[in-house]
Design a protein around this ligand. Structure first.
Ligand SMILES: [Zn+2]
Length: 536
């Protein structure tokens, strides 16, 4: 007698193999049979007729590190069919903290207002999540920003030997606690201050534990080839797998993915294990202060605010961006500022200026009767450097090039949210509620950019293999019963940029470790997710 049989569906097993009409039997949280189970007794059956039965989606790039502490239900992820997420990306993770002070890096602290941080290392953080209960499975990388700030603060310089040693120790500790590897955020202070050798040294520590290195690269515009080359070099010199996060170039390098992917093919043929991923939207989202040159953030937010209030320094900051755009570091979105494309940059979150969230900076400039560039700098002062922004500066062609490439993954870059309380404030990017249904509706059903088999493989088996998640991302005997059942004719996002906190359509069942987290289209609050530690 099985606990559960999912019957009459078309099974996409996550490997990319052709869909198969089959039932799926589940017992004690695992898949125990795939095939004709019509003669088998089960405590419960779910009819999956005319729908796909697939491994639960794996989002290999989220920033849910702290939102999961505020609320572990992970409703916005589960409703998309996501059963496993990898947090700790872009150089920022939940641990280690600096004496219980989180490193927010590019994250917006107002988003998790009221957070009580009672952990230092991942051991305590994981315990906290386990105690609260989590909706999805969660694995994490350790952020280079956490490590560097803990070892040497926000200084714009190379590490001294003692500091380097401390960074290696902290990295080793995170790996021992179960981190999958190291992520860097070289667009976000203190990431830009780290020379390549520092990343190689930390990569070697990660390598001792079989971990990998991922990076939000140093430059996504004119210097993107060199920036990708830097990731490759870390992989090569440290002898580890390396991964370029959201490898999407901004203007004037739109289309550069063709060459970048050719480079990846070449170095892979030479024995360096490099991969990449992409977000399915042309609009991105990040911290507003990444529109500034990295030197302006030397010493941390307090020092930054002092510079913004100093007329000479403020002038230098503006001139740097207007002269160099993204080429002097920070976000690729600095090119939009350089070009004066203010109607493509929106304020995402704010407290004192909450009424401006969701508006673009051309309009914000008109409302405040000031130059949009000054509006950015003044809002940073008024909001103490915290706000997020959205900006449109990448192409769908580059996304598709990556999604179609053998090493390319598809990610949300979002947060696990719930549509109430502090996690529903502001006007954040709809990807947190919509990235995967949007990808499947727009690029698969409507455009046929990949087959359903290939698309589901990207979101499941491909991601699990890349991050070495054992028995996840595939539907076969012995695998964990993380499952999504969806209707390929109906799957679609509900959230958009006008209304970013709406659930998607066409996903009626989601199982996490064999337990229904979505049943008959409704969230159940089952909290059956687990912490996935790096396999020893
Ligand atoms: Zn990210």
């Amino acid at each position: 007698m099985y606990d559960l049989v999912l019957c009459n569906g078309r099974v996409l097993d996550g490997t990319g193999a052709p869909a198969l009409s089959a039932d799926v039997g589940i017992q004690e949280g695992r898949v125990v049979a795939v095939g004709d189970l019509s003669a088998v007794d089960a405590r419960q059956t779910i009819d999956a007729s005319e729908r796909f039965v697939a491994p639960g989606f794996i989002d290999m790039h989220t920033h849910s590190d702290l939102t999961l502490v505020i609320e572990g239900r992970a409703s916005s992820s589960l409703a998309q069919g996501i059963t496993t997420q990898i947090a700790g990306n872009c150089g920022v993770s939940a641990a280690p903290t600096l004496d219980h002070e989180p490193y927010y890096g590019p994250l917006d602290p107002t988003m998790t207002r009221g957070l009580v941080c009672d952990w230092i290392g991942f051991d305590e953080y994981f315990e906290r999540l386990d105690d609260q209960g989590i909706g999805t499975n969660v694995a994490t990388l350790v952020g280079h920003g956490n490590i560097r700030v803990a070892a040497m603060g926000w200084e714009d310089r190379a590490a001294r030997p003692g500091e380097m040693e401390r960074m290696c120790q902290l990295t080793a500790r995170a790996m021992e606690d179960g981190s999958l590897g190291l992520s860097s955020g070289l667009a976000y202070a203190p990431g830009p201050y780290a020379p390549l050798d520092e990343l190689v040294e930390l990569g070697k520590v990660v390598g001792r534990y079989g971990g990998l290195y991922t990076s939000h690269i140093r430059n996504q515009t004119l210097g993107i080839a060199d920036a990708v080359g830097e990731v490759i070099e870390v992989g090569q010199r440290a002898g580890i797998s390396a991964h370029v996060s959201h490898m999407q170039p901004g203007s004037p390098m739109l289309g550069a993915t063709a060459d970048l992917l050719a480079t990846i093919d070449t170095v892979r043929a030479g024995g360096v294990d490099v991969s990449c991923d992409a977000i399915p939207y042309t609009i991105g989202s990040t911290t507003l202060k990444s529109l500034l040159p990295p030197w302006a953030l030397d010493g941390g937010d307090k020092a930054l605010l002092g510079r913004l209030r100093d007329p000479d320094m403020r002038h230098r900051i503006k001139v740097d961006t207007l002269t160099h755009g993204a080429e002097s570091g920070g976000s690729r979105k600095r090119n939009l500022v350089k070009d004066g494309t203010w109607d493509r940059i929106w304020l995402g979150s704010a407290e004192a200026n909450a009424h401006l969230a969701g508006k673009d900076f051309a309009e914000i400039g008109r409302i405040r009767d000031q130059d949009p560039h000054d509006a950015v700098l003044d809002i940073l002062i008024e909001e103490e450097a915290r706000p997020w922004m959205l900006a449109e500066d990448v192409s769908e062609q580059d996304f598709l090039n990556i999604a179609r490439h053998a090493t390319g993954g598809v990610i949300s870059d979002g947060f696990s949210l719930i549509p109430e309380g502090v996690l529903a404030e502001g006007r954040h990017h709809p990807r947190s509620y919509a990235a995967f249904p949007y990808f499947l509706r727009r690029f698969i059903r409507e455009q046929g950019a990949l087959t359903w088999e290939q698309a589901v493989h990207k979101l499941t088996g491909h991601a699990a293999a890349r991050f070495r998640l054992a028995d996840r991302g595939v539907l076969r005997e012995g695998a964990w019963a993380d499952v999504v059942i969806f209707d390929p004719e109906r799957i679609a996002e509900g959230a958009d940029f006008d209304d970013p906190y709406r659930y998607p359509h066409g996903i009626d069942t989601v199982l996490v470790n064999g337990v229904a987290a979505v049943y008959e289209g409704r969230l159940t609050d089952s909290r059956s997710g687990r912490i996935l530690r790096r396999a020893a």
